[in-house]
Structures are given as structure tokens and as C-alpha cells.
Design a protein around this ligand. Structure first.
Ligand code: FO1
Length: 321
């Protein structure tokens, strides 16, 4: 399993990658990052999931928070607020601002997001090849019923951060995805992979959005290599975040087995559930997906590396069949 492709969202994907790099230090890891969470603020392009992967693997992440920079200050945000310029609900720190300024400047000069991401990674040396899923603009919107304004679509970050997913999501729409193309290198990496991994990232707004880029799902299904997923749901609740809120929008129960069936045996060859969900193994296997129960809490890098080893082991079993 030398060439590994991982479809990653933000915090869960980034932490899993840290364990994977410990478990397989010799592997060539390509990360296809979700960009549906991207948001344009103050004229700057912010890519939360790409940055979370880059900072986490590059040693610059705010560890407790899981996003944003360590040792951060918020002078720019405070100065903007003093001018009455928001949104105040989105915490952009001073160090983080620099990343968005460099990215926006390079894109203004004509570089695609993939080239800009490569340039930013030259500073952070994440130890993986980090590719955005697409160079095209895709923005995840969430349809909500607003008490005052009725049904309306809000940007994913507004739903997630400002509303804290506090109202039911009626639908999740990756706006622009149907017109987008995979970024350079994405399809090639999948075609050359020995294994494709879905980490415990959000199955709807992270992995689901990546799979919504035309060509990516097909390339994975056609690659003829093991596709292994790790459940982001442990004991019928998301390990972190609010995945259950957006799962409901696509009619999927927040259980480890329902998420496996949502990906489906046409895409997924193997699935890891937590030991507390061992009872769901038989049902997943009955659906044609090899399944094992192993500890899935990313308590520290070693526990996470153990999860990655389990993913690579089950991939080998699939390969041997
Ligand atoms: N998450 C929050 O809960 N509150 C924030 O203010 C916030 C700001 C933020 C800024 C930059 C960044 O890269 C990520 C940020 N996040 C914040 C995390 C982000 O909203 C989500 O966790 C991801 O988009 C989901 O993958």
C-alpha cells in the first residue's frame, strides 16, 4: 500500500492523516481536500478544510480548537469590527489572515487554487500532496427554515458556525459542483492509487461534496483498488461536529451502518466501525461491504495510527480476495 489517496474534510480528516503518516511513513499520500466549505470574506478567499489539513500536518494548528493557527491574535478582526465590518461570527485570526491574503493575491494574479495550495504547502511541508478537489468555485449551501425569514439558503459556514446547526437542514447543495472539474492531479492520483481512504470526515458536507465533483466518484469506483472508510459516527452520534444534522438532510440515519450503506457497496469495499458499534458489523457485511469493529476514537496520534493500520489491513484483505 505505497500510494494512498485520502478524501478529506477539515478537523477529522486532518487528525486521521496525522495518524496515517505515523502508521505508513514510507507511503506517498495524496489528499483530495474538500473546498465546498470555502468562503469569501473581506475580499479574501478562505479555504478552511485545506488550511486545517495544511496547518495540522505542518505543526501550525491550534490543537484544542482543531482549526485556525496556534498562538493566534485577533487584532485585524477587532479593527474591522470597530468599522462595523463583519461577519463577527467567523473567527479569522491575524496569522490566518496572512494565508488568505497570499492565496487571494496569487489567485488574483491568475494562479489556480491547486497551484496556490502547492505554494502555501512549500512553507508548511505537510508530508502529503494536498490537492483541492477542484479549481472551480463550489460553495455548499444549506436550506433552512428560518423562523423570521422562512425557507432560505445559507452558506455552509453560516449554518455551521453562526447557527451551530441549530435548526434542521432541509437540503445540502454543493452549488457549482455539477459544473466543476477535478483539479489537476486528482484523477491521476486516484488511478495510480493502491488504496483510497474515506477518513472519519463528514459524509455529506466533506466526503459527499468531493464525490459530487463529476468524475471523482466514477474514478474511485473504476480504479479497481480497495476503498476503505472509517465511520465518523460512534455509538449513534458524531465523534465531533454536527454530522447528524446534515445526514438528516439526505435522509440518512446517524449510525455507523447507515453511513456505510449511504456510500454503498458500489463505492465502498470495506468499513471500520467503533467497537461500541460491533453489533452493526453483520448488517454492513450483508450489504456486501467487509466490516470490522476497532477503536475509532482519535484520542492521540498513536490511537489514530492504530486506526490507520486497521484501515490498511482491511484494504489488504479486500485486495487478496
Ligand atoms: N469554526 C468555528 O466553529 N468557528 C469559527 O469562528 C471558525 C473560523 C474558522 C476560520 C478559519 C478556518 O480555517 C476554520 C474556521 N472554523 C471555525 C472551522 C470551520 O468552520 C469548520 O469546522 C469547517 O469548515 C468544517 O470542516
Amino acid at each position: 500500500m505505497r500510494r494512498i489517496v485520502v478524501l478529506s474534510g477539515g478537523i477529522g480528516g486532518a487528525r486521521f492523516l496525522r495518524g496515517l503518516l505515523r502508521a505508513a511513513p514510507e507511503a506517498e499520500v495524496t489528499v483530495i481536500g474538500n473546498t465546498g466549505d470555502d468562503i469569501h470574506l473581506f475580499g479574501l478567499k478562505v479555504c478552511p478544510d485545506l488550511d486545517t489539513v495544511m496547518y495540522t500536518l505542518g505543526g501550525g494548528i491550534h490543537e484544542e480548537q482543531g482549526w485556525g493557527r496556534a498562538d493566534e491574535s485577533f487584532s485585524v478582526k477587532e479593527e474591522l469590527a470597530a468599522y462595523g465590518v463583519g461577519p463577527e461570527w467567523f473567527g479569522l485570526g491575524d496569522r490566518d489572515f496572512a494565508t488568505h491574503i497570499v492565496r487571494t493575491q496569487m489567485m488574483g494574479a491568475g494562479y489556480p487554487l491547486s497551484a496556490v495550495t502547492e505554494a502555501l504547502c512549500q512553507r508548511w511541508n505537510p508530508g502529503v500532496r494536498l490537492l483541492p478537489m477542484t479549481d472551480d468555485r463550489v460553495e455548499t449551501h444549506v436550506l433552512v427554515d428560518d423562523e423570521r425569514e422562512g425557507r432560505r439558503a445559507v452558506h455552509f459556514q453560516e449554518y455551521w458556525v453562526r447557527m451551530r446547526a441549530g435548526v434542521p437542514a432541509r437540503a445540502v447543495v454543493p452549488v457549482g459542483a455539477d459544473q466543476s472539474k477535478p483539479a489537476p492531479g486528482v484523477l491521476e492520483a486516484i488511478a495510480e492509487a493502491d488504496v483510497v481512504i474515506f477518513p472519519p470526515s463528514n459524509p455529506v458536507v466533506s466526503v459527499g461534496t468531493i464525490l459530487a465533483v463529476p468524475g471523482i466518484r466514477e474514478a474511485i469506483a473504476d480504479a479497481g483498488v480497495p476503498v476503505v472508510g472509517l465511520s465518523p459516527i460512534v455509538g449513534d452520534a458524531p465523534v465531533r461536529g454536527m454530522a447528524d444534522k446534515v445526514l438528516a438532510a439526505v435522509g440518512v440515519e446517524a449510525t455507523a451502518s447507515a453511513v456505510a450503506l449511504h456510500y454503498g457497496s458500489g463505492l465502498l469495499d470495506a468499513w471500520l466501525v467503533d467497537t461500541v458499534d460491533a453489533a452493526s458489523v453483520a448488517g454492513v457485511e450483508a450489504a456486501g461491504i467487509r466490516c470490522r469493529a476497532v477503536p475509532l476514537l482519535m484520542k492521540d496520534t498513536e490511537a489514530t495510527a492504530e486506526m490507520a493500520r486497521a484501515a490498511l489491513t482491511i484494504a489488504t484483505e479486500v485486495d487478496d480476495v
